[in-house]
Structure formats: structure tokens, C-alpha cells
Design a protein around this ligand. Structure first.
Ligand code: SF4
Length: 390
């Protein structure tokens, strides 16, 4: 068997082998089996500053946007106990920070993450490419994912994001990172689309564009809002979309839309992945969106990982179990000692009080892979992908 033949079956879009991803998943599942002393999956809001004004955004940019200084980040990273599987760097727009590479360096020195995900609107092409290029060459063992938002084709995307020209720049960034993939095996680019009432009619054309023109992995996430889900009022953070007209489609619409969404995933997996990896990626995504609809039906199909493997640090240094519920405290109270605050009484009480469920796909992952039903659903979609000829 030559290498090319094998690659056709088991390679991921970035060139990493399937086995590499299996190892990462095994770690993730292992991490979800007990309550880690500090999160193994960490969402870090590095700044509240942003150059866009997205209608669906649940973070409000205040008059004086907060930003975690490097000194504070270093103290936080040094007080994490568990190894980090995934560090999600988000904001605001993280690349508004010219010192983002220094921030990654601090983590890499103290608690090197297995995977670092950069969530960006893709507007600052040069800065993004320079930073990602440096991260890739400094840390060849780290998996780097660049998640770039596209919510529609040019007109709709620029309108939703409130920044003329952002579509053009984001596409340029996606193409530039894809170019880097030719040289570096440790980088993936993911086009992320937030599904809302504003763009349902646009998704078919967008999926075609991302798949056929950009040849990029396309993923979807339902719009979030703390009032959309079954979260008790006393726990709920104020995290609804900035624009009231940007809402979650109704359950009836989503039920009807589900087969179409599966088709988007299938078309994308056919083009962007090798055969076996495509079947796996499709099986996983198609099974998981089924869970999302169950959540909206007010059923609780999985236990979420908030406060156990997952944790959130805001740019204000507040920490929370997830983004939809109120923070449990501010790191300034413990001189930026993360583990002290995370293991304190307040955090313990907040963990016990969690009786909510939502569609936050990251937080579902750990439990999803522990349920036998997930493997049945994934297996069914996996075979469907391999057997269908079109
Ligand atoms: S289900 Fe989990 S992620 Fe969702 S709101 Fe509740 S604690 Fe947060």
C-alpha cells in the first residue's frame, strides 16, 4: 500500500493522521470521567475589544473594554493544575491584541495545550497569518485550529457582522491559512456559521461556496442566548443576542431543516476529507445535531461538561462554569490563582446548582462520547456516508 492510497482513506484535511485524532478524543473522554481539579478544556476571552458589531453576539463591548494583561495570564496559567487538552482563545476579536503570540507563549511555557483554537472574524488577515505562522513554527507539536466565521455570502455576512468588507477579508484569511496547510501538518481551518433567523435562507449557497470554492471544512452552531434555553433565571447570565431580530429558529423549523443540514455536512465531508475520515466526520456531526434538537425539545440527552472539564475565563478576570450562566467570582479576589477560586465553596455550590441544558456543542462532547446511543447514531450515519454513491 503506498502512502497516497492510505492518505485517501485516513487523512484529515490538515494532513494529520486519523490515529492522532483518536488519541486526542481518548484524552477528552478520559478527562470527562471525573471532575478535574482545574479545567482540561478552557475558554479564554482575551479581550472585549472587537472591530465588528455582530447582531447575534452575546458579549457586549463596554465603553472601557477589559483585557487580561500578560502578567495576569501568566499567573493564571501557572496556577492551573491539570494538563490542557484544548485552549479556546476568543473575545471580542482576539487578534485585536498585537501581543497574542506572547500570550500563547505564556501558556506553552506553563501549561502547553494539546490543541489551541483561535476563534476569529478573520478580518485582520496579515496579523492573523503572522501570528498563526509563528505559533506553527514555534510549536510543531501543538494542534492549531483557526475557526473563522462566515454567516452568509458577502452581502448577508457584512450585514450580520456590521463591518463592510469583512466577508472579503475573512475569505482571504481562510485561503491564506489553507495555503499554510500545504507546509504545516498541525493546522486546520474551520469555517463556522452561526445559524439564526437572519441567515437560514442563505445557508445552501454558503455551504456550496465554502465546500466547492474554498474547499474548507464547514461547521455550524446554533445561535446562543441565555434566555433560549432551560436555564433557571437565578443562574442565567445576561447573554442574549445584541440584536433582538436575530433569534433562534423555531423548533418546527429546525426539525424540518435537520435533513438539509445533514446534507450540508455530507457534501462538505465528501470534498474536504479522505473517505474514511469523511464518514467519521459526517457520522459525528450528523449524530450530534440530532442531540441539539432533543435539547430544544426540552429533553436532556447529555450531561454538560461545565464546571468539570470545561471552564471559562473572561477578559474582566471573572470566571464561570460556562458562558450562559453567571460568573462565580473574579480572579483578582485570589491574586489570579485560578485553582484556588475554581476549587472554592462558591464554585462547588455553583456546580451543584446546575440544572440546565443547552445546545453549546463544545460542552456536550465529553458526555456524547460516553453514551452507547451516540455510537449507534454515529455508526448509522458512518455507513450511510460510505454506502451512498452520489
Ligand atoms: S447546559 Fe451547560 S453549557 Fe449549557 S447553560 Fe447549562 S451549564 Fe452552561
Amino acid at each position: 500500500m503506498d502512502e497516497l492510497w492510505v492518505a485517501r482513506f485516513i487523512q484529515t484535511p490538515g494532513g494529520r493522521c486519523f490515529v492522532h485524532y483518536l488519541k486526542n478524543f481518548a484524552k477528552k473522554i478520559a478527562g470527562s470521567l471525573w471532575t478535574a481539579r482545574t479545567p482540561t478544556e478552557l475558554i479564554l476571552f482575551v479581550t472585549e475589544r472587537c472591530n465588528a458589531k455582530c447582531r447575534h453576539c452575546f458579549i457586549r463591548e463596554p465603553a472601557n473594554p477589559a483585557q487580561l494583561s500578560l502578567e495576569k495570564v501568566e499567573k493564571i496559567a501557572a496556577t492551573l493544575i491539570e494538563p490542557i487538552n484544548t485552549l479556546v482563545i476568543t473575545g471580542g476579536e482576539p487578534f485585536m491584541r498585537p501581543d497574542l503570540l506572547d500570550l500563547v507563549d505564556l501558556f506553552a511555557r506553563n501549561k502547553p495545550p494539546q490543541t489551541t483554537i483561535f476563534c476569529t472574524n478573520g478580518s485582520m488577515t496579515k496579523r492573523i497569518c503572522d501570528t498563526i505562522g509563528s505559533v506553527l513554527s514555534k510549536y510543531p507539536g501543538m494542534d492549531v485550529k483557526v475557526q473563522i466565521s462566515l454567516d452568509g455570502l458577502e452581502e448577508v455576512h457584512d450585514e450580520i457582522r456590521g463591518l463592510p468588507g469583512i466577508f472579503h477579508n475573512a475569505v482571504e484569511t481562510i485561503q491564506a491559512i489553507k495555503e499554510m496547510q500545504r507546509q504545516q501538518r498541525n493546522v486546520d481551518v474551520i469555517v463556522m456559521t452561526v445559524i439564526s433567523t437572519q441567515n437560514l435562507g442563505e445557508l445552501a449557497a454558503l455551504n456550496r461556496f465554502v465546500t466547492r470554492e474554498l474547499h474548507a471544512v464547514h461547521d455550524f452552531e446554533l445561535i446562543r442566548g441565555s434566555s433560549f434555553f432551560n436555564i433557571p433565571a437565578e443562574l442565567r447570565a445576561y447573554a442574549d443576542p445584541a440584536d433582538d431580530s436575530c433569534q433562534c429558529p423555531t423548533l418546527a423549523t429546525l426539525r424540518e431543516f435537520l435533513p438539509t443540514l445533514r446534507e450540508y455536512y455530507r457534501a462538505n465531508a465528501r470534498v474536504c476529507y479522505s473517505r474514511l475520515m469523511g464518514a467519521y466526520a459526517y457520522g459525528y456531526k450528523a449524530a450530534k445535531i440530532g442531540y441539539t434538537v432533543k435539547v430544544l425539545e426540552r429533553r436532556k440527552p447529555v450531561r454538560c461538561g461545565a464546571g468539570r472539564e470545561w471552564g471559562v475565563i473572561y477578559a474582566s478576570a471573572d470566571i464561570s462554569l460556562c458562558e450562559m450562566i453567571k460568573p462565580i467570582g473574579n480572579l483578582a479576589d485570589t491574586s489570579f490563582n485560578f485553582s484556588q477560586l475554581w476549587s472554592g465553596d462558591k464554585a462547588r455550590r455553583a456546580r451543584k446548582a446546575l440544572k440546565c441544558y443547552c445546545t453549546h456543542s463544545c460542552f456536550i462532547d465529553g458526555d456524547f462520547f460516553k453514551r452507547p446511543g451516540s455510537y449507534v447514531a454515529m455508526g448509522f450515519r458512518f455507513c450511510e456516508f460510505l454506502l451512498r454513491k452520489d
